[in-house]
Design a protein around this ligand. Structure first.
Ligand SMILES: O=c1ccn([C@H]2C[C@H](O)[C@@H](COP(=O)(O)OP(=O)(O)OP(=O)(O)O)O2)c(=O)[nH]1
Ligand SMILES: [Mg+2]
Length: 148
């Protein structure tokens, strides 16, 4: 169990804190902290505030992912999915939504707009070399293993 500090930003006392909607859900749903309803026209994108900021251990990241129900029913998704929240980011978590549907979609204050999933990020360092280790695949890719 990792401890993640959570800060409510001023003026957002009414916004629900990130919440798991079932016991073993992967993601914590995030709520829109828009001051008033925001309507996304078809094709329009908008950065939606959540009213919260977090501080997590350095080995974690948080991913911002779309909610499948909003995507299926309304064509609402995260443009940069999965969004990356770096462990050293202390700003407000925001969700970049886009309306890929055919109708305007209105986001109300305190509506669930996306979900936040925590992941372990392995620490990596690069070793600059002249030759890489050999494999059977080699440089084959992009459909190399089949006809479709
Ligand atoms: O959906 C997102 C994606 C990012 N962020 C915040 C947290 C993240 O740590 C920071 C930077 O995100 P990213 O690295 O994806 O953006 P960038 O374009 O590379 O900006 P930067 O140069 O600030 O890293 O923006 C969000 O609040 N929501
Ligand atoms: Mg970046």
């Amino acid at each position: 169990m990792y401890n993640v500090q959570l800060k409510r930003l001023p003026g957002n006392e009414d916004i629900h804190l990130p919440q798991k909607m079932s016991e073993h859900a992967s993601g914590f749903d995030l709520y829109a902290a828009v001051p008033e309803p925001v309507t996304l026209q078809p094709g329009e994108r908008r950065l939606i505030p959540t009213g919260i900021a977090i501080a997590m251990p350095a080995e974690l990241e948080a991913q911002i992912r779309p909610r499948s129900g909003l995507a299926l029913k309304h064509g609402i998704t995260c443009l940069n999915t999965p969004g990356t929240i770096d462990a050293d980011y202390r700003g407000e978590i925001k969700v970049l939504l886009i309306n890929l549907g055919q109708k305007p979609f209105t986001i109300e204050r305190n509506e669930r707009i996306a979900q936040m999933v925590f992941q372990l990020v392995p620490q990596v360092q690069f070793e600059l070399v002249e030759e890489l280790s050999e494999t059977i695949r080699g440089e084959g890719g992009f459909g190399h293993t089949g006809t479709k």
